[in-house]
Design a protein around this ligand. Structure first.
Ligand SMILES: [Zn+2]
Length: 236
């Protein structure tokens, strides 16, 4: 019984790592699109580098903090419910161990084991670490690897910030005449990369993902640029 458990542990850890990586790519993608829309819109209204830098930086900070706070709340809630489920499991194991052994046997049978093998496996798993066995087989969670909400919040903050820096630097560094073309090219190229990576990490079709992602970014920049130009013309 040690081999399958070993493999499962590796598969689980790899799956978790891929999920984190995919979340990071999607967070960076958010940072790119929302900040690009923001700075391109402001560039439609004004040539002022200070205005562009202020808008871009404010967008970066607001976006990354909002992502971090949202992630913190969502992961905390998930962790609370996982802890509650584990506490209930612990109580059931204490109060009705025989029922729990039957439950585990039944769950292992559903996964394709024969009654005898399932019973034997359930007994061994229960003898080794009953709570962990129930957590993994019944609840699908690893009691030692609950996601830390602070880690999740930091990861979102960093991912969004990295993404947001690209359009911010692309719009403030070049001379005025080059700002928009440089930003549009950099942003669309980065969206090809993030769209492709997130599709590959999620085992989806990369071409469609890239097309959707680039179209979404182009639309965001187009809409805010038109809005910025109209407002700039009305104000000037
Ligand atoms: Zn149970």
């Amino acid at each position: 019984m040690t081999e399958p458990t070993h493999d499962e542990a590796h598969g689980g850890a790899l799956g978790t790592r891929l999920n984190w990586l995919r979340a990071a790519v999607l967070g960076a993608n958010d940072g790119i699109v929302s900040t690009a829309g923001l700075v391109v819109g402001v560039a439609g209204a004004t040539d002022s580098r200070t205005a562009l830098l202020t808008a871009g930086l404010a967008g970066l900070l607001a976006g990354s903090m909002s992502m971090a706070a949202g992630e913190y709340v969502s992961v905390s809630t998930q962790r609370d419910s996982e802890k509650a489920a584990l506490a209930m499991e612990r109580r059931e194991l204490r109060e009705q161990p025989e029922l729990e052994l039957e439950e585990l046997t039944g769950l292992l049978r559903q996964r394709g084991l024969s009654q005898e093998v399932a019973r034997e496996a359930a007994e061994q798993l229960t003898a080794r670490d009953a709570l962990r066995a129930h957590a993994r087989v019944e609840l699908g969670i690893d009691p030692d690897q609950l996601t830390n909400p602070w880690h999740a919040a930091w990861a979102s903050f960093l991912a969004f910030t990295v993404g947001a820096l690209l359009p911010l630097l692309a719009i403030v560094l070049p001379p005025a005449a080059w700002r928009l073309p440089v930003t549009v090219v950099c942003v669309l190229a980065a969206l090809v990369l993030t769209g492709w990576s997130s599709a590959r990490l999620g085992a989806a079709d990369p071409r469609r993902a890239v097309l959707r992602n680039v179209a979404g970014g182009a639309l965001a920049m187009g809409v805010t640029y038109v809005a910025g130009t109209l407002l700039g013309a009305a104000g000037g």
